[in-house]
Write a protein that binds this ligand. Structure first.
Ligand SMILES: Nc1ncnc2c1ncn2[C@@H]1O[C@H](COP(=O)(O)OP(=O)(O)OP(=O)(O)O)[C@@H](O)[C@H]1O
Ligand SMILES: [Mg+2]
Length: 182
């Protein structure tokens, strides 16, 4: 199971469009695919017409009160499942801060799904928070959409620097410009 996080510190750069389209393409080609909408905005959940609701909210999820598999919804597309967003994800960082080894939390929650899916796409909210660090620990690949503006390139440098300082070596980074014509 490959875990690909569509991530950027910056908002509005195409993270959701990237994860939704890559997940759809993977599923279309026959890969068992899950997309986990980690953003309280719930954009990916909206795109797939699923109700944004996790039983017990992010607290129950992070405390491991459910099997992740029980929270997963089917989409209208073959091979493509979705773990919907919940508005309580807005407090995810506070809750993570209250758990043991917060950085390892997402990885731990996803581990029982290893035999179920070929690809898991994480649609990440913007920011560089405790949740982001948990994402970095879980992901094999960070897909980083960037737009050609100084501020967007600046956040990319911040990410590269953060990765270097924290010696995060478990994920590759695929940086690309989705909103420009070649
Ligand atoms: N390749 C693209 N070409 C043109 N427009 C795009 C492309 N990708 C995304 N967009 C548009 O750009 C806007 C932002 O995209 P998107 O919601 O995917 O960004 P995001 O990084 O997920 O935002 P947020 O940080 O709010 O979650 C949307 O209106 C989307 O339709
Ligand atoms: Mg988004």
């Amino acid at each position: 199971m490959q875990i690909l996080a569509s991530y950027n510190i910056k908002g509005g750069v195409g993270k959701t469009a990237t994860s939704v389209n890559l997940a759809f393409q993977g599923a279309h080609e026959g890969a068992r695919t899950l997309i986990w909408d980690l953003d309280p905005q719930g954009a990916a959940t909206f795109y797939f017409r699923v109700r944004p609701k996790i039983k017990g909210g992010s607290r129950a999820l992070l405390k491991g009160r459910h099997d992740l598999a029980d929270l997963i919804k089917a989409t209208d597309h073959e091979n493509l499942d979705l773990l919907p967003s919940d508005f309580s994800y807005r407090t995810m960082d506070l809750l993570l801060d209250d758990t043991k080894k917060p950085n390892e939390r997402l990885k731990l929650l996803l581990s029982p799904l290893a035999g179920e899916y070929d690809y898991v796409f994480l649609d990440c909210p913007p920011g560089l928070t405790l949740l982001s660090e948990s994402i970095f620990e879980a992901a094999n690949v960070l897909v980083v959409p960037v737009i050609p503006t100084s501020l967007s390139l600046r956040t990319l440098k911040q990410l590269v620097e953060f990765r270097r300082k924290k010696q995060l070596r478990n994920f590759k980074m695929l940086v690309f410009f989705p909103m420009t014509n070649p």
